[in-house]
Every structure is written in C-alpha cells, then in structure tokens.
Write a protein that binds this ligand. Sequence first.
Ligand SMILES: Cc1cc2nc3c(=O)[nH]c(=O)nc-3n(C[C@H](O)[C@H](O)[C@H](O)COP(=O)(O)OP(=O)(O)OC[C@H]3O[C@@H](n4cnc5c(N)ncnc54)[C@H](O)[C@@H]3O)c2cc1C
Ligand code: SF4
Length: 494
Amino acid sequence: MKTLRLILGDQLNSRHSWFSKADDSVTYVMMEVRSETDYVKHHIQKIIGIFAAMRNFANALKRKGHKVIYFSLDDNANKQSLAENIHHLIAKHGFQRFEYMLPDEYRVDKYLKALCKEMDIESHAWDSEHFLTHRQEVAEFFEDKQYLMERFYRMMRQKHGLLMDGNKPVGGRWNYDKQNRKKLPQGVKVPAPLEFHHNHSELFDIIKESGVAWFGNPKADDFPWPVNREESLQLLGYFVKYLLSDFGTYQDAMHTNEAFVFHSRLSFALNTKMLHPNEVMDAAVNAWKNKKADLAQTEGFVRQILGWREYLRGIYWAKMPEYEQLNFFEHELPLPEYFWTGKTKMNCVQHAVSQSLEHAYAHHIQRLMVTGNFALLAGINPDELDKWYLGIYIDAFQWVEITNTRGMSQYADGGLLASKPYVSSANYIDKMSNYCQTCYYNKKQKTEDKACPFNALYWDFIDRNREKLSVNQRMSMMYCLLDNASHSRKKQSW
Ligand SMILES: Cc1cc2nc3c(=O)[nH]c(=O)nc-3n(C[C@H](O)[C@H](O)[C@H](O)COP(=O)(O)OP(=O)(O)OC[C@H]3O[C@@H](n4cnc5c(N)ncnc54)[C@H](O)[C@@H]3O)c2cc1C
Ligand code: SF4
C-alpha cells in the first residue's frame, strides 16, 4: 500500500524500526514549517540546530535507499503547515495510507489526531521507540497515590536492571546525592566543551530571509552543537571519557568562567532522538564498570535520565492539557526585560541569562536556582516564563520544558512535582557559585541600598504565601523563624 510517513524535527531516531530496510511503497516526509518555528520566539541556535539535524537525517535516509520528500523553509512548494503539506502530497501522489510517530508534544498530538480524522485514507500512529516508559506509565504506577520521583526511579532501576545487584542497588544505596553537589574549588580544571565548528551561514540566511522571529547569538559560521548521529555519539564519548568522573561532584556548581562545568550537553541530541537514553546510560555504566568513574558520579547521571527525564514525561502525559494553565501562586508580573538582554546588576542572573543568549544553554541549577528562583520569588507569570524557557534553550521541547518550569521550578502545580518550592536567598547561590564575590549587591545585606534582592524577595515570598505554604511540613521551619522573630529580629535572621 502506497504509504506516506511523517518524521518530525525531534524524531531523528535512525534506529527506529521504520528504517530497518528501505521499502519502495513507503515515502517519508520531513518539513521545515512556519507553524513550528512561530509558536514561540526561539533562540536562533535552536532553529538552526533542528533544521540542520533534520537535513542531515533526510540525507542519511536517502543514502540508505529510502524515499524522502523534504520541504525546506524556502521551498516554493512548502505551504508552511504540516497539515497542508500532507494533504497536498496525498492528493498529488495518491498515497493510500498515512503514518506518523507519536509526537512528544500535546499540541502536535492533538493536531495530528485531528488531521487523521479529516483524511479519507487510513492512518496509523507508531511508537517513537525512544522512551523507556509509555505515555501513561507514570500515571498508572502512582494511580491515586502521591507522585514521588524516588519511588518511580527505584522501580525503573529494578525494571531495567541498571546499577543493580539482584534486587538491591549496587553499593547498597540508591542515592549518592550527599557525596555530590560541591562548589567548584579554585584550581579544578574543567575540560573545554567538545564543539563541532559547522558552517550553517546559508541556513541562517534562509531563516532570516523567511522572516522567522529569533534571538540570541547564531554562531552560524562556527556552530557548536551535534547535528547528526555520529557527532552525538562523539559528544557522548567525550562526556564519558573526560567529564563523567566529576559530573556528580560538581553537578550543582556554578562559576563565572564555566558555562558548562562537567555537564554532558547531551540534552539536544537526546531530545531530538539522535541518541537513545539506553545507549547514553550504558556508556556511563560501562565507564563505571571499567573504573573510569565512581559509583556516585554514575548513579547521579543515570538518575537524571532514567529517573527525572522519564518521570517528567509521564507527568506531562498524565496532566496535560490542564498543566499548562496551572498558576498555584496566581503570579501575574511580566518577565523583566533583562531576561532578554542579561543587563542587570544581579551578577547571578546576568551570568545565567547572558550565557543562555550566547550558548542557548544553561545547566540545571542555573535554570532552577537562579532564573527560576528569581522568577518565583518575584512573582512572574508562569505563562511568560514558559515561553522564555521554551524559546531560549536548544533542548527545549514542551514535554520536558513545562514540567521542569511550571512544576519543578515554579511550583505552579501546587506541589505535585516538588515537595516544596525551590526558593532561596543569596545564601544558596553563594554556597554553590562564585557569583556573589563580584556582584554589585551585597549577599549579606537585607534592607540596605546594596542588599541582595534575593534576600528581601525570599522572605517576602515566604510571608505572602503563608496561607498556601504553612501547611507544608517541609516549610514549617521557615514559618517558625518568621513567627519567632520580632520585626527587627526578622531582619537580623535574614
Ligand atoms: C526551569 C527549567 C527548565 C528546563 N527545561 C528543560 C528543557 O526544556 N529541556 C530539557 O531537556 N531539560 C530541561 N531542564 C532540565 C535540565 O536543566 C536540562 O536537561 C539540562 O540542563 C540539560 O543539559 P545537559 O545535557 O548538560 O544535562 P546534564 O546535567 O549533563 O544531565 C544529563 C541528562 O539528564 C537529563 N536531565 C537532567 N536533568 C533533567 C530534568 N530535570 N528533567 C529532564 N531531564 C533531565 C537530560 O536529558 C540531560 O541531558 C529544565 C530545568 C529547569 C529547572
Ligand atoms: S549577591 Fe545576590 S544578586 Fe548578587 S550574585 Fe549573589 S545572589 Fe545574585
């Protein structure tokens, strides 16, 4: 049966069973369309990275003998919408069947289901063969019990036999967090990030000429990210060889001279499916088996992928579309302009934002405890924040962006994902970084002219949300502190 199969820009999984052998009756279609570039304003490296990787993927399929139709952004035949291009191809080539891989985003899932309904040919959705859980697995695992990442993670370790010794975790512990998470001391040498130096100037020109809105440093003539499977594998190899051995130890460290510290930078390759989570975790576990990394580092890394990544995806499919409306604290303030420019005297925010504009990347703690922390303390509307996080990071796709942003970072789901809000005063930022040392503001001051804004904002957040948070046992110490102090003592205790 003459079949048309759609491959989306984040479905570049060359090991999918679709591609095991070329079939003359099957044609694949891939498209660069405005409907996908314009739903939010994106960092230009994200647009270039995805289009470049899609082009490479299409060419690799053609080389293997598959039939591929590729609509580039500037193609005259491109109708700039997934549905219109598909309808047009079905009418033009007489396809009798339409197939697609289950998309990761609710928006696209709904769109493709509606598209299939309006077609008068057969259609079928395939699994993307990427994740280790199916869409409803997290919801089924917890049923009506409280969601807890740790429980899910342990089940996943057992189910996949990863870092297990029979039924028990190797080394006797599930979690090595206490050993990890140190500040970056002076003198620790961080290996330079592996960059790929592509020239994507032509593609950048096409994007500019088409009028797509974008921001950030394009790095078009020296593009650093992996844009095919071979490079993704190289990046994985580089991480395992040079970075994994210190990954966990400095996982939460932030430093003015180190944008990436010992992080893997694998999220783009993973989220576009150029890499499979199993091969990434296997590489780390093998390094541990070969004594190239200790257990604490390896477990810390496996936890992020087997635990957090799958868990957040499960929450996404359990709770969408309601999740994207949640605003537990009813925060309504607009996003400050300096989130788009980095121009602020707060050294931590300045670094996290400027680095994001430069590299389309910030690591987890910069996202969570600097920009996210500031936004939550200040009361920024989570809708605005979602758009920002979804646009600025090269790895941002809604299933993993919104759960991290609304859930983990903004507590907008009222505690479904995080047991208490991730908020802090200058103390935590100073503990994990060197930002405060050269900041215009004083990390110790609370009310004076140069007092760090995080300090007053922190206690204001605690105070103004008493009704919502004082019932949370994990917050009770903060309310005791607040209540036991007189107004002036409160200031002292800050
Ligand atoms: C507010 C906020 C927004 C975020 N938005 C995104 C996003 O849009 N896309 C995205 O992939 N991650 C997001 N994260 C999670 C995390 O920050 C990134 O996965 C990580 O920084 C990517 O860099 P890395 O590949 O160097 O990760 P590493 O630190 O090297 O971690 C290895 C891998 O573990 C996975 N991982 C680690 N932490 C998480 C997490 N919390 N959730 C899911 N997977 C995780 C990623 O696949 C990552 O590549 C967000 C976190 C926060 C706090
Ligand atoms: S003093 Fe405050 S604003 Fe400055 S870097 Fe430290 S936490 Fe950030």
